[in-house]
Design a protein around this ligand. Structure first.
Ligand SMILES: *Cc1c(COP(=O)(O)O)cnc(C)c1O
Length: 485
């Protein structure tokens, strides 16, 4: 019986000789590292140059696994195998016409920062061995300034907005405990009892975070929204809080909903704290970037009043996955939840190491790509990306209005266009449009349901997108209209 897996699927091996006679592949790669990395660089440049022609998305072909190679094929062989077997099936999500979800691209400086993150391979969880944690602190401080948050807001990098919401809500949970005389971190969530979480149009990640935190998905109380809006009706929120009779609660305010990019009135919500006791968490995953555009900054007025804030960076900052930041005014509660005391990690101190601030222990220096892009392009450069994407969304909204086959479902408030078919917009017909657009390779849009209506979304958050792309996407949509039922 042949016990050696067939590695020929990966291509020719570096040597046909037996394992003992063959040169060590790792040693060989080490010797040729500069030249091999040049080859990788050239390959990366080819991919980047081809982004514009790459299909925005593709329906995945059936996966045919190959066994673990017994003897490898070296870096060059692996790169060739990847280029042949995998890369052609990857999406153009870094490119200009991938408008699904809310998907950012990667600025040149962010890409450089990401490469160097791996080159230097720092672990910024503690400050015992390097200045890397201070770079993260500097990046957090820059981001705080970018979004107009006061110095009381301290922050840390996490992997995404889901994790940022989770950390914010974990601190909120500890705050509720403090009000009730319970330390959840010590005694567990059972000692706390049910916690009401009030929100108008929370993102699905809020439910996930509450599930992880032991508060339960059903802790969410959906507060009524304004007519034809996704923004919470602050009067209804006031009434709901009244009914709690002074019991502490968590309010999740939404700054940028995914369907129609609607914004809760953050100032009005914060003002309710004069009469009610609640922790104000703001999910501003991509909405926080409105602060960079003078024409849109009013949408996030009051963000600074929050107790905790979630902002995604792999969306509109255009850094690669994965990256987000979480801010809070109550670092004391944060360290109570996340402290990881071990003799070798050092004491908490006034400026605690990152190991004590998030669910992670070891972590990559996620801050470096963000630091690079902010250093390279500054506030002005990133404000330019936000303004341009907002302009493109507005222009695309206008194109939708002009097309008889489609109907705009909500005003374009920032960077997302929510629309549907003018004729019989059933889930099936909308799915047909999505499929036809995807198959054309021209664009990628994601379906949704807005106010009970099957719909489509086009989200503009990539620095590469241009007016010519808006034109191509509009034409692809025109061609994708299904025949009348
Ligand atoms: C994208 C998004 C999230 C989740 O973000 P991930 O980075 O995918 O975890 C949460 N909230 C809002 C409003 C979002 O747009």
């Amino acid at each position: 019986m042949n016990t050696r897996p067939d590695t020929t699927a990966l291509g020719p091996t570096a040597s046909d000789a037996g394992p003992t006679a063959a040169p060590d592949l790792l040693d060989a790669d080490h010797t040729r590292e500069p030249e091999l990395l040049e080859a990788v660089r050239a390959y990366a440049v080819r991919i980047l140059n081809g982004l514009d022609d790459r299909p925005a998305a593709q329906t995945p072909a059936k996966h045919r696994p190959v066994p673990l190679p017994e003897r490898g094929i070296g870096l060059k062989g692996a790169m060739e195998a990847f280029a042949r077997r995998w890369e052609p099936g990857f999406s153009g999500s870094a490119g200009p016409r991938y408008l699904g979800f809310v998907t950012g691209g990667v600025t040149p400086a962010a890409l450089a920062g990401d490469w160097l993150t791996s080159v230097l391979d720092q672990n910024p969880n503690s400050g015992l061995d390097s200045r890397a944690p201070d770079l993260e602190r500097e990046a957090v401080a820059w981001l705080r300034e970018l979004f107009g948050l006061p110095a009381e807001h301290e922050g840390a990098f996490v992997s995404g907005a889901t994790m940022s919401n989770l950390v914010g809500l974990a601190i909120a949970r500890e705050w509720v405990g403090e009000r009730r005389g319970v330390s959840v971190a010590e005694e567990g969530v059972a000692a706390l009892g049910p916690v009401p979480v009030l929100s108008g149009s929370p993102h699905s990640s809020i439910g996930k975070a509450l599930s992880v935190l032991g508060l339960g998905r059903s802790a969410v109380r959906h507060v009524g929204v304004l007519p034809d809006r996704e923004a919470v009706d602050v009067n209804r929120l006031d009434e709901e809080l009244d009914r709690l009779d002074g019991a502490p609660a968590i309010v999740v305010a939404n700054a940028g909903t995914v369907n129609t990019v609607d914004f809760d009135d953050l100032r009005a919500i914060a003002a309710l704290r004069e009469r009610h006791r609640f922790w104000l968490h703001v999910d501003a995953a991509f909405g926080a970037f409105a602060a960079l555009s003078p024409g849109h900054a009013h949408l996030v007025a009051g963000l600074a009043e929050a107790d905790s804030v979630c902002v995604d960076l792999h969306k509109w900052l255009n850094v690669p996955y994965d990256s987000a930041v979480q801010f809070t005014r109550r670092r004391d509660l944060q360290t109570r939840v996340f402290q990881n005391s071990a003799a070798y990690l050092g004491p908490l101190g006034p400026d605690p190491d990152f190991v004590h601030l998030t669910p992670e222990n070891s972590r990559r220096l996620r801050a470096l790509p963000a630091w690079f892009t902010l250093a390279a392009y500054g506030r002005e450069g990133h404000a330019g990306i936000v303004r341009r994407d907002a302009d493109l969304a507005a222009a695309f909204g206008l194109r939708i209005v002009m097309m008889p086959a489609y109907r705009l479902l909500a005003p374009v408030r920032l960077n997302v266009v929510c629309f549907t078919l003018a004729d019989s917009p059933s889930a099936e017909r909308v799915a047909e449009v999505v499929r036809a657009v995807t198959d054309s390779g021209e664009a990628f849009l994601t379906p949704t349901v807005y106010a009970g209506m099957p719909a489509l979304r086009a989200a503009f958050s990539n620095w590469r997108t241009t007016e010519a792309d808006v034109d191509r996407v509009a034409k692809a949509l025109e061609a994708a209209v299904p025949p009348r039922p």
